[in-house]
Design a protein around this ligand. Structure first.
Ligand code: NAP
Ligand code: MG
Length: 473
């Protein structure tokens, strides 16, 4: 039983003013792992004050100083590799496979941030003017539980590249993961107040960050509903917002795709991170005349998917983060059945022998049309909807017939054809013949998948304000 009773403000571990506790429950066994003491409005205000004060000097640091801080953070994160992987597995239920990849991405993210800092020109000439790209101020970072330390690392790296300071509010369900990150950041010896972390509830800590006039910008990842609440509040003090919201990503398998390669990739894209991923490819669009062939491949692959203990290195799908999330996924499977979709594999209930944890059966629906709720709404669990199309044009039309637009996938054995289809999809990222991450390319959504972009130059410039100096000669 662990008790986490400190938050991180102004370079110190402090006891929150808030006195409420939140139980930390294992997703794998539903046993209590520990508890976390939650910060309140006053704690949040203290953290914002510290960040505001630190901004005065941190905004003036040089690129080489910031590179040094990023290097320090990376090296302290490197020293705790096993702890990062283990705590994500235990507290969140991320599989060992996923937690390991996630950890590696986190490290690479610091390298990319350093590269960006080395190459980015903070002073530009535009027209007759000198344009100075200046750090925006204190950034509020509000994030969910599905990749908690990954989100902290990538957003914080951009904060430092830009010369900003930050107050971070992770999900209270990620408290042990957060504690580990706090220890690494403390060890990295950043100037006091550059990074502050407050555990607490969205409606209290998150709401104060959204409201407080000393926060200049919010970087949020989470649901579209909460993104809208934050954006509405932010406008009162004209905060800038970067919102990474939900998705219902289409995966177009063209008729000339190499099915034995493309279909396993499609299943991996749908069930990645236990299906709890905003970029999951949850609508699989396949040619109508290939349905029978593809059904056989899917049955074969899914019969070999190991669901279970996330610590087992062979496990592909672990538990849902909470019983709430488990129930949400069950509700959606029931909705799919009620809507008349047909279950190809999986279905309601827990897999045999896994009754204690929040395990769901990875589920594939066929006979889905794009108007059904299971095709329109983000489920955030391992549930895949298969939709058939007759022509390439129809596939593109279905892919774009969504309120979301975060990511999409296209498979074809003809690179030019895949490129042409990908270029017609309204999504922030389109993955062609695979799944990958490019930390220098923009990431973010069209439509209700969000506002703005993260990573690379686009990501950095969202943390900067341009100041044009127009000098008359
Ligand atoms: P969420 O409710 O959007 O929460 C994300 C973050 O926002 C959490 O830190 C949350 O705090 C905070 N928050 C909640 N209400 C707030 C408010 N009024 N003001 C400021 N901050 C607030 O997401 P969730 O509860 O973790 O998951 C719910 C659903 O969101 C999922 O089922 C999924 O559909 C979607 N989701 C999407 C992503 C993504 O990457 N796009 C990630 C996770 C979840 P609390 O934790 O205290 O509520
Ligand atoms: Mg919530």
């Amino acid at each position: 039983m662990k008790t986490i009773d400190k938050i991180y403000i102004n370079g110190e571990f402090v006891t929150p003013q808030g006195t409420e506790y939140f139980d930390l429950i294992s997703p794998t066994t539903n046993e209590k792992l520990g508890k976390v003491r939650l910060g309140n409005t006053e704690d949040t205000q203290n953290a914002i004050r510290a960040a505001k004060n630190a901004f005065k000097t941190f905004s003036k640091t040089t690129a080489s100083e910031r590179i040094q801080y990023l290097t320090n953070i990376k090296s302290s994160v490197e020293k705790r590799k096993n702890d990062f992987i283990n705590v994500m597995t235990e507290e969140y239920g991320g599989t060992l496979q996923f937690a390991t990849i996630s950890y590696e991405y986190m490290l690479k993210g610091f390298d990319s941030a350093i590269d960006l800092l080395k190459s980015y020109d903070f002073t530009k000439t535009m027209g007759q003017s000198e344009v100075q790209m200046t750090p925006i101020g204190v950034v509020g970072i509000i994030i969910p539980w599905n990749s908690s330390n990954g989100f902290i690392a990538s957003k914080l790296a951009t904060v430092i590249v830009a010369g900003c300071t930050t107050v971070i509010k992770p999900s209270e369900m990620s408290a042990q993961q957060t504690q580990l990150m706090m220890e690494c950041l403390h060890h990295a010896q950043l100037p006091k107040g550059v990074v502050n972390i407050v555990n607490g509830l969205g409606e209290i800590v998150g709401a104060e960050i959204s409201r407080n006039p000393d926060i200049a910008k919010i970087s949020f990842t989470g649901s579209t509903n909460v993104g809208k609440i934050i954006a509405k509040e932010a406008i009162n003090s004209m905060k800038r917002v970067t919102l990474e919201l939900g998705g219902k990503s289409p995966n177009i398998i063209l008729d000339d795709a190499d099915f034995p390669k493309a279909i396993p990739l499609a299943i991996a894209a749908a069930f990645m991170n236990n299906g709890q991923a905003c970029i999951a490819g949850t609508r699989l669009l396949i040619p109508e005349n290939k349905l029978e062939e593809i059904k056989l491949i899917i049955k074969e692959i899914t019969s070999n998917i190991i669901v279970g203990d996330p610590k087992n290195p062979n496990t592909a799908v672990g538990p849902m983060v909470s019983t709430k999330q488990y129930n949400r996924v069950q509700d959606y499977i029931q909705i799919g059945i009620n809507e008349g979709a047909e279950i190809l594999t999986g279905g309601l209930g827990k897999p045999d022998g896994l009754e204690n944890g929040n395990f769901v059966k990875p589920t594939v629906f066929i006979n889905v049309n794009n108007q059904m709720r299971i095709a329109k709404e983000e489920i955030f669990g391992p549930v895949l909807s298969i939709i058939t199309y007759k022509t390439e044009e129809e596939a593109i039309e279905i892919a774009n017939d969504t309120t979301y637009g975060l990511q999409a996938y296209v498979s074809s054995s003809d690179e030019k054809r895949a490129h042409n289809v990908a270029s017609q999809i309204n999504a922030g990222r389109v993955q062609i013949n695979g799944i990958g991450h490019d930390p220098m390319a923009p990431f973010g959504g069209f439509k209700q998948s969000g506002i703005g972009r993260e990573f690379g130059t686009f990501g950095l410039e969202a943390y900067l304000e341009p100041r044009a100096l127009i000098q008359q000669k």
